[in-house]
Design a protein around this ligand. Structure first.
Ligand code: PMT
Length: 400
């Protein structure tokens, strides 16, 4: 993989993590990219323009005009020059400006003028990161079609522990490489992704469900959409906004998820089963709220339909099925047996033994095994980057 001859604008805004942009520039330049750096004035308190200009081999820009010789940096030309723009670190302030169309410095003006894809890698303290205004700004930027490289968890400059660290330069560089390597390679492909939990009703007020948040499935949807695929999510009840341009079919129970998936399955090229489907449901749903009577209560459960297995029975050779396996022990062995049993082409194993993997987290740690016998283990990453890895694996498997 390479960034040979790619023209990249790196925006650097004020954050203690601005030192990481030096490493990021080195990586991008090493991979063949031409990098031009735009810094906000406040960012210069954290790292000098000299360091970044030396590493990028280009003058660092930060003002609309330089000196008294009438030289000015044309933000429109810069915006048109780039194949890709990445703002890393993107401070809360810069995110807010970009989300709201403010352009009182060169960086935000270039962002507004850019026609290329724009990536934001936020970095800030954890409370700033989870503040509703920051979350809203990030969502707005996503809605405009920008791509967010999620902040990572760990120790922060404040001494607090949590989410807000700038993604590691290697992870950012990898996301950009994947962007160019998988760009629009899935155009014309129809993809179905099951996501989230199912809810199996006991009575009108109670149900059986699990901890799935839907994050993994929705990140996959966004990633496949970014590569030109036509994506449908068949989604259990979750609290996530659908990525723009992705069709969402909302369901509750395993039976409804089966029916919705089956309706579009024959038309699909790729089907990814990321949902955590309840394996059992009450045999009968009580019409009225069940009253407390005795100290114990028994509910008879019946097996739910296995959506992946049902689709596996009617799958054509030109369709690709990707399963997930959530395991707690003998992980690879169980995952491989599901690969066979459900007629998947590949299976993505996530283990609850790995901290930060599986349900709810913003991160995941996966191993992919395919029916050609290949097994690839990945490190712990944000679910966004995990989705990119899965997409890259699929593209490679299909020889696209
Ligand atoms: O939603 P998040 O909080 O982001 O968490 C993501 C996740 C942990 C839910 C996801 O990464 C994941 O592992 N999903 C599959 C969980 C699961 O149900 O695994 P399983 O080993 O029980 O099922 C194997 C496969 O069969 C899965 O692809 C599953 O979607 C599918 N299946 C299972 C049962 C069933 N009745 N129908 C199915 O289609």
């Amino acid at each position: 993989m390479t960034l040979q001859n790619k023209k990249i604008i790196l925006g650097v805004s004020a954050s203690i993590s601005a030192y990481k942009s030096a490493f990021l520039i080195r990586l991008l330049v090493k991979k063949g990219a031409e990098v031009r750096v735009i810094m906000t004035d406040a960012a210069k308190d954290f790292i000098t323009p000299l360091t970044l200009s030396t590493l990028s081999k280009n003058p660092v820009l930060s003002a609309f005009s330089e000196g008294d010789q009438g030289l000015w940096s044309n933000h429109v030309e810069l915006g048109l020059w780039a194949d890709l723009m990445v703002i890393a670190p993107a401070s809360a302030n810069t995110l807010a400006k970009c989300a709201n169309g403010l352009c009182d410095n060169l960086l935000t003006a270039v962002y507004l003028s850019a026609r290329c894809p724009v990536y934001f890698a936020p970095a800030m303290d954890l409370d700033m990161y989870r503040h509703p205004s920051t979350l809203r700004n990030i969502q707005s930027l996503k809605d405009f079609g920008n791509i967010i490289i999620d902040a990572e968890e760990g120790e922060l400059a404040s001494g607090l522990e949590g989410k807000g660290r700038l993604a590691e330069p290697e992870h950012i560089a990898e996301a950009l490489e994947l962007h160019f390597n998988t760009d629009k390679q899935l155009a014309g492909k129809k993809v179905i992704i099951t996501a989230g939990p199912t809810q199996e009703d006991i009575d009108p007020v109670r149900y059986i469900s699990n901890h799935s948040s839907g994050k993994m499935g929705y990140e996959l949807a966004e990633s496949f959409r970014n590569s030109g695929a036509e994506v449908t999510i068949v989604s259990g009840p979750v609290n996530i906004k659908a990525p723009a341009g992705v069709k969402v079919i909302r369901v509750r129970s395993a039976q409804e998820m089966l029916e919705a998936t089956a309706r579009d399955f024959q038309e699909s090229d790729i089907c990814i089963f990321a949902a955590a489907v309840a394996d059992y449901a009450p045999r009968e749903k009580a019409a009225q709220k069940i009253k407390k009577k005795d100290s114990e209560m028994f509910i008879e459960l019946a097996k739910t339909p296995d959506i992946a297995s049902e689709m596996g029975k009617v799958k054509r050779d030109d369709q690709l099925m990707v399963g997930f396996a959530l395991e707690t022990n003998n992980e690879l062995e169980y995952a491989k047996s599901k690969l066979e049993r459900k007629n998947f082409d590949m299976i993505v194993l996530n283990s609850l033994q790995d901290s930060g993997a599986g349900f709810r987290y913003d991160t995941n740690k996966i191993t992919i095994a395919d029916k050609r016998g290949r097994v690839v283990a990945y490190e712990l990453k944000s679910k966004e980057l995990v989705a990119q890895d899965i997409k890259a694996y699929v593209i490679d498997y299909l020889g696209l």
